[in-house]
Design a protein around this ligand. Sequence first.
Ligand SMILES: [Zn+2]
Length: 373
Amino acid sequence: MLGLGRRSARRRSKRHPTDGSLLERVPRPAPSAERSSVVRIVVPAPRGSEPRNAWLIPGPPVVLVDPGPATDAAYAAVRDAMAALSLGLHDIRRIVLTHAHGGHAGLTARIQADSGAHILAHPDALPALADPSAAAAQRLDRALRAAAAAGMPADLAGSSADGWHARLAAELAEEPLGVSPSACAALADGEPLDPRADDPEGLLSWSAHHTGGHSADHLVLVHTQRATAITGDLIDRRRSTLADIVPTGPGGVRAPQLARLVEAWRILARRPVNLWLPGHGEPIRAPRVLVARRLAESRLALQSVRHVLSAEPLTAWDVCTRRGMAGGAHDAGRALTATIALLDWLVARGHAARTVRDGAWRFVRTERRGRGR
Ligand SMILES: [Zn+2]
């Protein structure tokens, strides 16, 4: 079902039998360029959730990528890490966001107020940066509507939504600050970080690439000469990065999460970029190995969904429970979102069909002729 991925992975693996061989062929950065190499700042997350990574490009100009959640602890972590490099928050000239989720972007307004930095993000991220509370409320509303269309029982959807709400609120603090639209600029796909900047340290060599996937506004920052990418929530060492809440694309239509994630992994894996700097956890030094593992997991998950489907129309929630994935409220929400992503993949490729009855999606298995999968 992930046939294309398998073929291209095989082709790649012939040319580059290990990730390391590709890494060795990429020239190391010259020592003079070390000054602007990327520094990881581990930012604590609220309520025991996993810490986030902010990435600092010391420049000049100084660039901070994904500051973290809007908490005092996150603010102190960024400030202290910069002080250790003899830098202050006022030195930051650009704040770049891989995506506008509160856990990575919530601190933006506060740091922008301290620094006067320009904020760069995908155009779809700008409304959420200007009014984070409204954006969080919209995400919750869409989540509840998606849960209803997926046939999730109302009481479970309610407690899932309570969990989502608590998490979003914790990432955005009590009264989330919005950033002034005049401080923000939209980054187009393929655009250098700031075409207006003087570029003594190669800042222009960082360019933004729109991938979508985990969220519709997701960008990856790539530095080709350094063979490095800042990858946000595109991939994670330890868990799937399918979003907890079904992401919505242009026009309010739900975005096909898995297809976009897989496409983004493929695009990045084809580039000579060997160091992926994620939004959580350690730098990823063998990204193609991790991508291959995620593809294998996705393939198994797709098979398990297809196995559950039959001629009998099922809601997404039916599929979720028959896969044995419906646990507590939080797990149920995550599992449902993942199941919707898998069903969307199967429908897009003709392995399943979707109809709408009584406001709920129903899925049946279809048999494809010819390729047999
Ligand atoms: Zn995210």
